[in-house]
Design a protein around this ligand. Structure first.
Ligand code: NAD
Ligand code: ZN
Length: 286
């Protein structure tokens, strides 16, 4: 049992006070990354050293061959139950409560796990889309992931979903080639194509421009940016930090390890996010 203290151990008092004052004043926009969901059991890409631990499949690779699609869908079919079973952690919950109190504004998230919404956040912009939808790259039809999941189960009635090891950041699980080669992919009910893709911005793809502009607007109208759990190595998130900094707005980064945004960061705290955000909520005036 930990006692409720005013700040996490290892954070110096002046840095902490600066953060509390900034959040208490209200008006911050929020940018979140994979580090906010690690405490829900979904691994991040980079970790504290900023090095990428896995090489994700690109959209070009996925569309290039039926074998790539078979591999993608077999691995993510097994991963989906585990990914979907992840629940919001205390960090997501604090963000939702501070939003409800009017202290935090729009949440721009790089995550594709839907955990902010599950925790009760309403104003969420998903920069990289969500794994809860699937899109046909041939005709554009969009499906609920559950629908595709059921179709995959029908097509693979004897496939063992409990195989494989740990879930990886993209929601998949590494499987042996012999198993992958037995997997039958689903097809689009509208056009019959097997070119189904998760409705996320895959590695190497760009975030839709109107969404980027909307997020720039959010940052420009805010009084500062609170970054939670992002290495900022991906430009799609880092550009909002740059914009905030160029406007002279404070940028508070709560993330373990080095980020690409050190030069733009005005407050940096590296303690685990669940703990940090719990203390932050307690430290704010009621
Ligand atoms: N949950 C998800 O939806 C998910 C998971 C993995 C990757 N992705 C995708 O991968 C890309 C990765 O970029 P990114 O910047 O979001 O993540 P990242 O993996 O590059 O960086 C995560 C950062 O969070 C830190 N971190 C991890 N756990 C933490 C904790 N408990 N407390 C404090 N800090 C912690 C790490 O040290 C790291 O610096 C994104 O584009 C995203 O779409 C999404
Ligand atoms: Zn189609």
């Amino acid at each position: 049992m930990t006692e409720a203290t005013t700040r996490p151990p290892d954070v110096d008092a002046s840095t902490w006070d600066e953060l509390v004052r900034l959040v208490a004043a209200g008006g911050l926009s929020v940018l979140t990354g994979a580090g906010l969901s690690t405490e829900s059991g979904i691994p991040d890409y980079r970790g504290p050293d900023g090095e990428r631990r896995i090489t994700p499949m690109t959209a070009t690779e996925l569309l290039a061959s039926p074998e790539a699609r078979q591999r993608y869908w077999a691995r993510s079919y097994v991963g989906w139950r585990r990914f979907e079973g992840a629940r919001p952690n205390v960090g997501h919950q604090v963000v939702a409560r501070l939003q409800a109190r009017g202290l935090l504004g729009t949440v721009i998230t790089q995550n594709v796990d839907g955990l902010h919404q599950q925790a009760g956040s309403v104003d969420v912009l998903e920069l990289h889309g969500s794994l809860s939808h699937v899109v046909c790259m041939q005709c554009g039809e969009r499906y609920d992931r559950e629908v595709i999941d059921e179709r995959l189960t029908q097509a693979n009635p004897t496939f063992d979903r409990e195989v494989g090891g740990e879930i990886r950041p993209d929601g998949d699980v590494v499987l042996p080639d012999e198993l992958v080669s037995t997997f039958r992919v689903a097809t689009c009910v509208v056009c019959g194509s097997d070119k189904l893709k998760p409705d996320v911005v895959m590695f190497g793809e760009a975030v839709p421009k109107p969404l980027v502009e909307k997020c720039f607007g959010v940052v420009e109208q805010s009084d500062g940016l609170l970054v939670l759990g992002s290495s900022l190595m991906v430009m799609s998130g880092y550009r909002f930090v740059r914009r905030a900094s160029r406007l002279g707005l404070p940028v508070a980064v709560l993330t373990r390890g080095r980020t690409r945004g050190e030069a733009e960061t005005t407050i940096k705290i590296e303690t685990p996010l669940g703990e940090t955000l719990t203390h932050l909520e307690q430290a704010l005036p009621q």
